[in-house]
Design a binder for this molecule. Structure first.
Ligand SMILES: *[C@@H]1O[C@H](CO)[C@@H](O)[C@H](O)[C@H]1NC(C)=O
Length: 512
């Protein structure tokens, strides 16, 4: 996809009409900024509507999205909110997206129209659990509500695969010592004094209450019950693959049945990280099986890798339980099971993963999570909804206040047995014999960041040339990255943009 073609597409009336979307609810207080997050597709509740568009969307999996303004004048752009990657970029290539039609419904950022944009000549290829994006970096103003974040470095994509929306990443960089790290959105917000420390809280909400929120620099005691448990982030060296993410330790799992009886595993120590860009939860095989083999009526389907369940179970009380020390997060059955596009079958929102266990949206809908990058800790509580009371997060060691949620906690299970075996792999006892659901129907979000490769800029402006130097100072030919045919990438688009002060930008790139 060429930038030139892209910008002409932006002018089409169909795209402009799609831009007439509901604006986010945004409020601002002393040192905090709240913005709405909306599940944009695949919400199981949509299954009851018989509109073909909804069914189509449902195949793609739930993604949580946020609307922000980019450029001057501000253009409203919808982005996937992703706590599993650090970068902010826009303009996915819809032709090669996993869901091209859905991708095409969202407005793209017309960088030729922003008077505050500066080009850089730097480019990278960002890889995700699913898909990748080749981006060229610019700097521009980001607007959240009426708050302006100035000179934020962000990427404009010129060739992406399997990703239907741009991404707003909020994780720490995978390698903290990488000289190519630059100030990400949270860093800039703190540096510009919009928030007092690099912290935000995330409230994705359950499947029946679509509107969640992100609060930069604050938390909302009206959105959880019980205490906020402080869970230190693991050092990257303690993580399975050595990357810095929001790694914490899962110390037990359990299952509470509709009749109120509850079972729990013995103590385990499994590093996991919450990832709002991951639709499903992925856990080591013994835990995956512990849940699957005990979940009411669940049957293992080897072909798709899922446990298939009766959708009606979602209407029953009962929860899949996660323990972090003494903190229990109970995920209601309804939030944990996934409704497939055929409108009839359901699976557990869980896959086995022995390499990089992830707590995806099927977990996060039940958790209220405060992410404190400055102090390298998460604070987690059981999500609930009983009003709004936003409290600022300050700075320093105890920046996140130790507060208790305003909501009434659901009663804890009375008797908890210790019969759930989360350490041994086993032969599945309940095996599905019907015809397999289409596993590819669960598109899901991008998953966690997989890495960053330096690329050549395509030339978004007069200061960049097709063979521009990378951020690392290397010069890589386009053909080195894309194979033999590179003609399409060498088109330099001339646009009206301020000529960047390379020295200033370079300093920004290397300073964190
Ligand atoms: C990006 O993804 C596409 C499609 O999966 C793949 O063909 C391509 O090699 C990937 N590019 C990079 C640089 O990883």
């Amino acid at each position: 996809m060429l930038p030139l073609v892209l910008s002409s597409l932006l002018l089409s009336p169909a795209v402009a009409a799609a831009a007439q979307r509901q604006r986010s609810v945004i409020s601002r207080g002393d040192g905090f900024l709240r913005a709405s997050i909306n599940p944009i597709s695949g919400v199981p509740a949509l299954r009851r509507r018989q509109i073909s568009e909804d069914v189509e969307n449902q195949k793609t999996g739930t993604r949580y999205a946020i609307d922000i303004g980019i450029g001057t004048p501000e253009q409203t752009i919808t982005l996937i909110l992703d706590t599993g990657s650090p970068d902010l970029w826009v303009n996915p290539t819809c032709e090669t997206a996993n869901v091209p039609k859905e991708c095409g419904q969202y407005p793209q950022f017309d960088y030729t129209k922003s008077t505050s944009l500066k080009t850089t000549g730097f480019a990278d290829i960002l890889s995700y659990g699913k898909g990748n994006a080749s981006i060229e970096y610019i700097t521009d103003t980001i607007t959240i509500g009426s708050t302006k974040v100035k000179d934020q470095i962000l990427g404009v994509n010129f060739e992406s695969y399997d990703i239907p929306l741009g991404i707003l990443g909020l994780s720490p960089p995978m390698d903290p010592s990488d000289p190519e790290n630059y100030p990400f959105l949270l860093d800039t917000m703190a540096a510009e004094g919009i928030i007092k420390s690099r912290a935000f809280s995330l409230d994705l909400r359950s499947v029946t209450e679509p509107e969640g929120a992100i609060i930069f620099g604050g938390l909302d005691t009206g959105k959880f019950s019980g205490s906020l448990a402080r869970l230190p982030m693991l050092d990257p060296s303690q993580s399975p693959q050595g990357f810095d993410r929001y790694w914490i330790v899962l110390t037990g799992v359990g299952l509470t049945l509709p009749d109120g009886t509850s079972d729990k595993s013995g103590t385990i120590e499994v590093p996991v990280f919450p990832d709002s860009g991951g639709t499903l939860t992925r856990l080591p095989t013994p835990i995956f099986q512990a849940f699957g083999e005990s979940f009411p009526g669940a049957q293992f389907d080897a072909a798709s890798g899922f446990y298939i369940v009766d959708c009606a179970v979602g209407d029953e009380a009962g929860s899949v339980d996660f323990y972090f020390g003494s903190k229990r997060i109970a995920v209601p059955f309804n939030d944990f099971i996934w409704h497939l596009a055929d409108g009839q079958s359901c699976v557990l929102g869980l896959l086995s993963d022995d390499d990089e266990p992830v707590l995806g949206d099927s977990f996060l809908r039940a958790a209220y999570v405060v992410h404190d990058q400055d102090n390298r800790a998460l604070h987690m509580a059981q999500a609930a909804n009983c009003g709004t009371n936003i409290v600022s997060i300050g700075s320093g060691k105890n920046a996140v206040p130790s507060v208790t949620g305003d909501c009434t906690a659901a009663p804890a299970p009375t008797a908890v047995g210790g019969g759930l075996d989360a350490t041994a792999t086993r032969q599945p006892t309940n095996v599905f014999t019907g015809s397999s659901p289409d596993a590819t129907a669960i598109g899901g979000g991008p998953g966690p960041a997989g890495g960053r490769t330096t690329a050549s800029a395509v030339g978004l402006g007069p200061s960049a040339t097709p063979s521009a130097k990378s951020a690392a100072g290397r010069t890589i030919a386009v053909s080195d990255i894309y194979g033999t045919s590179s003609t399409g990438l060498k088109v330099a688009v001339v646009l009206v943009a301020a000529v960047v002060d390379k020295e200033v930008l370079s300093a920004r790139f290397h300073k964190r």
